[in-house]
Ligand binder design. Structure first.
Ligand code: NAD
Ligand code: TYD
Length: 344
């Protein structure tokens, strides 16, 4: 493995992964292949932009000719696919791009990997493919996939395609299924950066329903280390769950966030819930632990570090929140917030 194409590398986790890989390995070349949707952001890659081992290609993973050209031109031996539409609420509003990118786009990448005989195709997946998990149980990698949102269904479909290419063509694949990531460069539509930046501006924090849904918040760079480990030590054809193994209610996350920012919980507003909202995800992380990985941050540490990053990096998020984001925010929250009375 020397020449790695990181699709979706200008997004949140992809850019953190690129930075991690360039910091850790002197002799790897990284090609970021990204369409630059609303979620792609070249600011995320500023730290590596002058690195001679890094190249950027602006293109769509659904464009087979462009994918093949990039592979040939850069002598790619490995694809790590982060490219996806990633926000559940947007998938509820309009699923189309989710299906295009995660289903058709994953197929295009798999075909190209097969055609050029790549050493590895690695798929970045999510705990959401398992669906809602009842209390007392944690998902293992062999569980059935029971996605419930268009986003989760698009990701589960991609996992099934990846597995089919392993079984049918012996394409050397691996899959990682991560829980909710938080940290630098996360687009402020996701709950932690949305709430951190709203709170800094004294804006309300729209908590869906009772706020007692549970998520496993993990620090993005921990997740990147685990992906790196699976790339080097993972067993071909296998999937690996990556999380902290500890889930937390959303309201508990909000309290930690506000405590770190020294801001008041008066900002909390309970608003109309997300349709089909999965109440709980929970991962059994025994398999990735057996490879030797441990998360460096607890969920609480991850939330505190992330809150401080948003407090200290307004240059990064202010321009995002003043652009396309405003129309999205109005469509997603305008009515909900109007209908919600302050609760504290
Ligand atoms: P993100 O939305 O921040 O970034 C997605 C990136 O993909 C963007 O740079 C975007 O421009 C690019 N992209 C989208 N469609 C594309 C296309 N058709 N062709 C090329 N590039 C395209 O996403 P993220 O939060 O960094 O998530 C990355 C991956 O990790 C996704 O596959 C997601 O499903 C998975 N994941 C995310 C989380 C999380 O908590 N964020 C958790 C588990 C798994
Ligand atoms: P999100 O960051 O969208 O990730 P996902 O739904 O993919 O896990 O949401 C995390 C949790 O926070 C989820 O239970 C939904 C909840 N949430 C809110 O309560 N309010 C919000 O405005 C958002 C975006 C999410």
């Amino acid at each position: 493995m020397k020449n790695i194409m990181v699709t979706g590398g200008a997004g949140f986790i992809g850019s953190n992964f690129v930075i991690h890989m360039l910091e850790k390995y002197d002799d790897y070349q990284i090609v970021v292949y990204d369409k630059l949707t609303y979620a792609g952001n070249m600011d995320n890659l500023l730290d590596v932009s002058d690195d001679p081992r890094y190249t950027f290609v602006k293109a769509d993973i659904c464009d087979a000719a462009a994918v093949e050209q990039a592979i040939q031109q850069h002598n790619i031996d490995t694809i790590v696919n982060f490219a996806a539409e990633t926000h559940v609420d947007r998938s509820i509003m309009n699923p189309d791009a989710f299906i295009q990118t995660s289903v058709y786009g994953t197929y295009v990448l798999l075909e190209a990997a097969r055609k050029f005989g790549l050493e590895r195709y690695h798929q970045i997946s999510t705990d959401e493919v398992y669906g809602h998990i009842p209390a007392g149980y944690s998902s293992v990698e062999t569980d059935n996939l029971e996605p419930r949102s268009p986003y989760a269904a698009s990701k589960a479909s991609a996992d099934l395609l990846v597995n089919a290419y392993w079984v049918t063509y012996q394409l050397p694949v691996t899959i990682t299924r991560g829980s909710n990531n938080i940290g630098p460069f996360q687009y402020p539509e996701k709950v932690v950066p949305l709430f951190a930046t709203n709170a800094i501006d004294g804006e309300p924090l729209p908590v869906y329903g009772d706020g007692r849904q549970m998520r496993e918040y993990q620090y993005v760079r921990d997740h990147c280390e685990a992906i790196d480990l699976v790339l080097h030590k993972g067993v071909l054809g296998e999937a690996y769950n990556i999380g902290t193994g500890v889930e937390m209610e959303n309201l508990a996350m909000v309290e930690i966030l506000l405590d770190e920012l020294r801001l008041s919980s008066d900002l909390i507003r309970h608003v109309a819930d997300r349709p089909g909202h999965d109440r709980r995800y929970s991962l059994d992380i025994g398999k990735i632990r057996a490879l030797g990985w441990r998360p460096r941050h607890s969920a609480e540490e991850a939330i505190r570090v992330t809150a401080r990053w948003y407090r200290d990096n307004e240059w990064w998020w202010r321009k995002i929140k003043s652009g396309e984001f405003k129309a999205y925010y109005q469509a997603q929250y305008g009515r909900r917030l109007q209908e919600a009375a302050p609760t504290n």
